[in-house]
Every structure is written in C-alpha cells, then in structure tokens.
Design a protein around this ligand. Structure first.
Ligand code: SF4
Ligand code: SF4
Length: 365
C-alpha cells in the first residue's frame, strides 16, 4: 500500500511512548473495549503500514474509521503526539489506495449530485437580503435533519434584531478531509461565490463543524469575511428571559476542544438560567457525543451508543434541560434518548426562542 500521506507524520508515530493515557475518555475505546480501538493502536498500525510490516486488511480500514476525531486523546497524551494528523493521513492513504469506507463513498456521490450529505432535494432557493451584516450558514444537519430547531434559531435572530440574510448554500465540505476525501472544491467555490454575492461582512454559523471549516480549512482562507459562531454573537446581545429549570450544557468537540470556545455558551446560559449545573466531564474533558469524524454515517449504532453514554452523564446532574449548540450533537442526543428519559434537549438558540415565545418566567416548558 502506498503511504505518501503517512510519510509526513513518521516522527509522530515514533514519539508515541505507548503509555496508554489516550485510552482514558476515548469514546470509541469506552464502547468497544479492546486495545486495537485506541489511539495508541492507531499509531502502531500507522507505523506498520508505513514501514510495510503490516498489510492492508478490512479490519484495519474499520479501525481507522472508528474515530470521531474528538481530540480527547491528544489532550491526554503526555508526549503531545499529533494523533489526529496521523489518523487523517492514514485515512487519506487508505482512500488513495482504493479503500474508501462505503458510507463515505456514498456521501461523496450524493454531495456531488445534491449539494448536501443526505442527498436530499434542495428545500427552496433562498432570497438574499442585500445590506445585511451577517450571511447565515445553516449546514446540512440543521437544514435537513434538525430544521425545526433551526427555524427557532432564525426566529430568535429576527426577534433580537440581528441583520442577516440566508443564501444558496451547499455542504461546506468540512467532513471530507476527515474521512480521507478531497474532492469538495466545487462546494467551496460555490459557497465563496454565494457569500460574496450577499455583500455581508460576517459569516454566521450555527454548526461548530461548519464554523471550524470556514475558519481553519485552507480552502476557505480567502473567504474575506469574519467567521462568527452563533454563541459568540448571542453572548453580546441582551437576553431578557428567565427559566427556573435546572439546565446543563454539553460542549461540542468542534467548538470546545478544537476551537477553545467554552465560556460564551456558559455565559449565555447563566443569563437566563439561575440553576445551571455542570456535568462531571465538561469543557476540555467533555465526553464526545459520537457524531463526528464520519462515524455517525459509517457506524450508526456505535455513534448512538456514545450519545447514550453522554446523555446518562447529563441525567446524572438531575438537569431538566440539556443544552448544546450543535445540530449534530442535538441530532445524536435526540436519537439516543429513550421516551422514559424526561430530560429535554435543545440548542441554546432554539431554547431561547421558545422561552421568549412563552414569556419571561417559564415553568411549563
Ligand atoms: S497517550 Fe500519546 S504517547 Fe501515550 S500511547 Fe497514546 S498516543 Fe502514545
Ligand atoms: S480522537 Fe477521540 S475517538 Fe479518536 S482516538 Fe482520539 S479519543 Fe478516540
């Protein structure tokens, strides 16, 4: 097997001191329980593929794609191994050698045809409001799977007087490099042109993965607008509602560990919820919901089981409401929730919109 991408990261594989600190808190290892699922095993296997000591097998393919790219292992690693760069390189080499995971291959095909990861028909062409401050990018999960939540978010933005416009968006392409694919330039070009047409100076995202993509993916480096996550915007606005409910918050991996946005969501929540409780694992130690890194599409059961675990941690706080600000986390939690579990799950912006509609003091929600 050709390993031109892994070649660049050989030093990282050699830096690994095999200490196993990366086992703790890895959501995949917690679920599967065998050592080969760990980051350490992925480093050893990468070295084996690179030095040709190990031949390709289907279980190696499965192993490399069973990672949500949550970054917890990197934080726990005392040798500071760039684990995700190695995993991403291994995935690229596997795909280049013709070993693309079937679910991801299908995703590539449907994005090519429909512009979104689900292959859904475009809902409607958005009309652009010229002169708006923000161009709003919703993303695939928000548009096609959590549209009720997004409708609420949009209602909130209007109510708060935010000047924004929708535009004709397609998938940002953010997930592609993480599953070893690189053919998303058409999407990048389309989004850049449509954002430019709006004339907005800022791009507002609801999805942390889209935010991370527009902010950090080199393909968008000439975007020419400031990229803002909705929690950063909402934290600057006047929030004039209250709830007596006990509220907890789940840090999405893309927003937290990958981008360091921990405080803004908490500051917003504390403005309207006097009973805010943290989960035991919070901020950089927050356990992953299981939706990222292409795992949700390729290993759905495993992904939902990770969400069930995180949901149990939320239930342990005795909170009435679990908030996050990520359509993917929201979607996974909703799929993981059992009917008898009474906790309510929302994005922060969605919950704020509901509170505003039902009055300042909300006991019935
Ligand atoms: S924590 Fe880091 S050094 Fe230790 S086994 Fe895992 S990758 Fe290797
Ligand atoms: S990124 Fe997350 S899922 Fe992947 S190996 Fe590291 S801890 Fe496990």
């Amino acid at each position: 097997m050709e390993t031109k991408h892994l070649e660049k990261w050989k030093k990282e594989m050699l830096v690994c001191i095999k200490c196993a600190y990366c086992f703790g808190d890895c959501p995949i290892y917690s679920q599967l329980g065998w050592e080969s699922a760990s980051a350490r095993a992925k480093m050893i296997l990468s070295y084996g593929l690179l030095t040709k000591g190990i031949e390709y097998t289907d279980s190696i393919l499965e192993n490399f794609f069973q990672c949500t790219t949550c970054k917890q292992c990197e934080l726990n690693c005392p040798a500071k191994v760039k684990i995700l760069d190695v995993i991403e390189a291994a995935r690229k080499d596997l795909v280049d050698n013709g070993y693309c995971y079937p679910a991801h291959k299908l995703m590539r095909e449907v994005v090519e045809k429909s512009g979104n990861i689900y292959g859904e028909e475009k809902r409607k062409k958005e009309s652009v409001q010229k002169g708006a401050e923000y161009a709003l990018f919703v993303g695939c999960v928000g548009t096609y799977r959590e549209d009720e939540s997004i409708k609420r978010t949009i209602k909130l933005l209007k109510k708060l007087g935010v000047s924004f416009t929708r535009f004709d968006e397609v998938c940002c392409g953010g997930v592609f490099p993480y599953v070893g694919l690189d053919n998303y330039q058409k999407n990048v070009q389309h989004n850049k042109e449509e954002i430019k047409k709006t004339g907005a100076k800022k791009l507002l995202t609801t999805c942390p993965m889209c935010y991370r993509t527009f902010k950090n993916n080199p393909e968008y480096s000439d975007l020419g607008v400031e990229v803002v996550h909705i929690t950063q915007l909402l934290n600057k606005l006047n929030i004039d509602v209250k709830t007596d409910k006990v509220v907890t918050y789940h840090d999405p991996c893309d927003l937290g560990r990958h981008l360091g946005i921990y405080e803004e969501p908490r500051e917003i929540i504390k403005k309207f919820a006097s009973h805010f409780v943290e989960m035991d694992k919070n901020r950089e130690n927050a356990h992953c919901c299981g939706a990222g890194g292409g795992v949700r599409g390729a290993f759905t059961r495993l992904s939902i089981n990770m969400a069930k675990n995180r949901l149990k941690e939320a239930l342990n706080t005795k909170a009435d409401v679990l908030l996050t600000e990520c359509p993917s986390c929201l979607h996974n939690f909703k799929n993981a929730k059992k009917k008898r579990q009474r906790i309510q799950i929302y994005n922060i912006s969605e919950y704020l919109s509901i509170l505003m509609d039902r009055g300042k003091k909300n006991e019935d929600l």
